[in-house]
Design a protein. Structure first.
Length: 217
């Protein structure tokens, strides 16, 4: 199977599995999505989705958020981890959104990445899911699968994103990054991987990776 055929196979299989693609993080608008994605760093979507209702009940706009102190925000978001950094980031970016962007979440990668605690991945998620701008945010699932499927060398997420954008059609990026995440969670986890469940990796995966995973069973 050629690289082009493998790419087409992956897209077809993911479309069959996930014709409708749920958004992992609960949100109601670009601001609440931005905060939810920020909170998800080194945490789980399940945990974040339990905490954001508590936070957004008190403040779901930047104007309401700055009325809370950093300490108050930190107390609410403690269960998601990294609360000292995240609470300062949420408070700080809310001030910047008000002072620099009229209380709105900016619709550019550059402006988003200038916000406290907002990196390229967070900006990419917001651009794709809130504004429909083509992006390919790379999380651990995508990074792992792109390597297992032989689509990238696995050196770092920057290279993985570059390779994903090169291989997949731009109009598919926003759907594909979510489909790959869901596939990784359900069929190809980092631990407890079962080749019998992971049919995509069975067919197109790197032989060296599959052999190594078999040995670990």
């Amino acid at each position: 199977m050629t690289r082009k055929e493998k790419v087409a196979f992956v897209m077809n299989e993911l479309d069959q599995l996930y014709p409708e693609i749920p958004i992992p993080l609960d949100h109601t608008d670009p601001y609440t999505l931005l905060i939810a994605v920020l909170l998800s760093a080194q945490s789980t979507d399940v945990r974040v989705n339990k905490i954001t209702p508590l936070l957004f009940k008190q403040a779901n706009t930047p104007y309401e958020m700055i009325k809370l102190s950093v300490e108050e925000i930190r107390e609410i978001i403690k269960p998601v981890g990294l609360s000292p950094m995240k609470s300062k980031g949420i408070h700080g970016l809310s001030h910047i959104l008000i002072n620099k962007h009229g209380g709105k979440v900016p619709q550019s990668f550059e402006s988003l990445e200038e916000l406290p605690a907002v990196g390229h991945k967070t900006a990419s998620v917001v651009m794709s899911q809130a504004f429909g701008v083509p992006a390919f945010p790379v999380d651990t699932h995508i990074h792992r699968l792109m390597y297992r499927w032989g689509f990238t060398n696995g050196k770092n997420v920057v290279q993985t994103e570059r390779d994903a954008k090169r291989l997949f059609p731009e109009e598919r990026w926003n759907d594909l990054h979510l489909q790959i995440i869901w596939y990784g969670r359900e069929y190809c986890p980092a631990r407890g991987w079962n080749i019998e469940n992971d049919h995509i990796t069975q067919i197109i995966g790197r032989k060296s990776v599959i052999n190594k995973l078999f040995k670990g069973k």
